[in-house]
Design a protein around this ligand. Structure first.
Ligand SMILES: [Zn+2]
Length: 343
């Protein structure tokens, strides 16, 4: 039997805006609705960024928290992956949402050029993010934008910094990074199989090459990524109607290659993730506490300077609200220019 295909839907990203395609979900409510439709169309993994309501980028853990809560509720069992990509935050801020404990988070294991800037991932930042993911039991998806990033990921997993088996995404078609090359993909896949046995992989193509990479990945035994983050068009003339439509197209395409979309249980087994259905409430509460603890550790020296009172959570009901307030005041104390800046 051939391997079922995990379809990742990259719902929003940090670049496309409503002006590019009105179907790009921006608010958390829109993101949950769009992901639910994509989930029903066959996606089993949601790759998520969050935005401010005006469409600008952010890595606000409070927004990630609300998104996670909505997805857990409306897409039962779906694998949630947060982006730690560099467009929405600086340095350690990029890992501020890992303590919320989504199943996965993206991790680029090197630097490269993007269309208009350097995608900067210095070694110490990669290790810091990888350590955080290990600490919170979050599986990294290694983002490979260039060949060295693959070898770096394998070295880090051999060293124990990243857990095994690896899950790698090969990204093609980003201007100034990897061109769309079948030879390159085959070489990468061969190296991965040789150097990281048991690893899984996904192919991602940007713009009109999204579908090219979907086809190649299905043919070569990999998994697929689609969604408005990477491509807002359906074809040369028309905009993609929704994330769900792009997912449905890949689900349909699976049949041409003797594959089918994975179920939630299959996707989790393929990625060596625990089955869905653990005590969601307890885990969510633990996650919220861990998130605030992370923010406190990260910013405690600056907090001292601002003279914030020590944390003292209320005993029972209202704890979640207290945590949100606490996170907001931490943010306000350490980033005064952003005000209480969480929404
Ligand atoms: Zn992304």
């Amino acid at each position: 039997m051939t391997t079922p295909c995990i379809i990742t839907v990259a719902i929003t990203g940090s670049v496309p805006r409503k002006e590019n395609n009105p179907a790009v979900p921006i608010t958390v409510v829109e993101q949950v609705e769009s992901t639910q439709a994509a989930f029903e169309a066959g996606a089993t993994l949601a790759h998520c960024h969050v935005r401010n309501d005006d469409g600008s980028t952010t890595s606000d853990p409070e927004k990630f928290g609300r998104l996670l809560e909505g997805l857990r509720k409306h897409c039962p069992g779906m694998i949630v992956q947060f982006s730690t990509g560099g467009r929405s935050g600086q340095g350690a801020e990029r890992g501020g949402m890992i303590a919320l404990r989504p199943e996965m988070a993206s991790l680029a294991t090197g630097s490269c050029n993007f269309p208009l800037r350097i995608y900067e991932n210095p070694p110490e930042l990669i290790r810091m993010l990888a350590d955080l993911m290990r600490e919170h039991d979050v599986k990294p998806e290694i983002e490979v934008f260039d060949l060295s990033m693959l070898y770096q990921a394998i070295a880090l997993s051999d060293e124990g910094v990243i857990g095994k088996p690896l899950h790698v995404q090969f990204v093609f078609g980003v201007k100034n990074a990897l061109p769309v090359s079948r030879d390159a993909l085959e070489f990468f896949v061969g190296q991965l199989a040789k150097l990281a046995p048991g690893a899984t992989w996904t192919g991602a193509g940007i713009g009109r090459d999204q579908i090219t990479l979907n086809r190649w990945s299905l043919e070569l035994g990999g998994h697929c990524r689609t969604g408005l983050e990477d491509n807002v068009r359906w074809d040369a003339e028309t905009l993609a109607p929704s994330n769900a439509a792009l997912v449905a197209r890949v689900a349909e395409l699976c049949g041409e290659y003797g594959r089918r979309p994975a179920t939630v249980a299959e996707a989790r087994a393929l990625l060596s993730l625990p089955e869905a259905g653990w005590g969601g409430g307890r885990r969510a509460w633990a996650s919220a506490k861990a998130c605030v603890a992370f923010l406190e550790r990260r910013f405690c020296s600056r907090l001292d300077r601002h003279g914030s009172p020590p944390p003292n959570p209320p005993p029972s009901r209202g704890r979640a609200f207290w945590l949100c307030d606490r996170a907001r005041s931490l943010r306000a104390a350490t980033h005064p220019s952003k005000g209480n800046g969480f929404r």
